[in-house]
Design a protein around this ligand. Sequence first.
Ligand code: DX5
Ligand code: ZN
Length: 218
Amino acid sequence: MIKIAPSILSADFSRLGEELKRAEDAGADWIHIDVMDGHFVPNITIGPVVIRSVRPCCSLPFDVHLMITSPENFIDEFARAGADLITIHIESTKSIEETLEKIKSLGKKAGISLNPATPFEAIKPYTDFIDLILVMTVQPGFAGQKFIPEVVPKLKEIRQFINRSRLDIEVEVDGGINRETCNIAVRAGATVLAAGSALFGAADMKEEIRIWRKLAIQ
Ligand code: DX5
Ligand code: ZN
């Protein structure tokens, strides 16, 4: 079954703990947490302090998406704050292998993300070390953008590679996922759907997740 990961970027930050609980009660599988530094992407969000403070508010795995330059300097802090899965961008550091090893050595799952324009080739050398590939389906930085359909062939390429190589890697899509695009992404090979505005903005998140699970058949 596909996993659904509401992105807290679209939550009400004045009630963040309750929002996480709301996502859990709605049947979400993971909580997607977008960390931005105003440098790797033109926006600033939250860091380990906030993650630590909301960790007790729900029991779902925290899927932490680092959109920051030099993530290697912050892995310890995010692991200690309560991240279960830490994803770094291939474009964000030269120390990819070292950073992935660091994440794994702390007992966390490791992911690599790639921007819409970055080819799968760029992350191929690391596929033996990772638990997740996070395919950006919008330019990273902001919620509420439109799904970029040109990414679909890359998703299919990644899915074919994983199946052929018999790797145990989740493929997560992030950006512009909604009722219309969730099944496009899943049919192309995604196993995890991260979504902000379409889930936290839904009138009834539980109903929305139920609809997505029906639409997005693998
Ligand atoms: C964008 C973030 C996404 C964002 C998705 O850089 O990585 O996780 O929250 O938001 P929506 O689902 O609204 O496109
Ligand atoms: Zn994200």
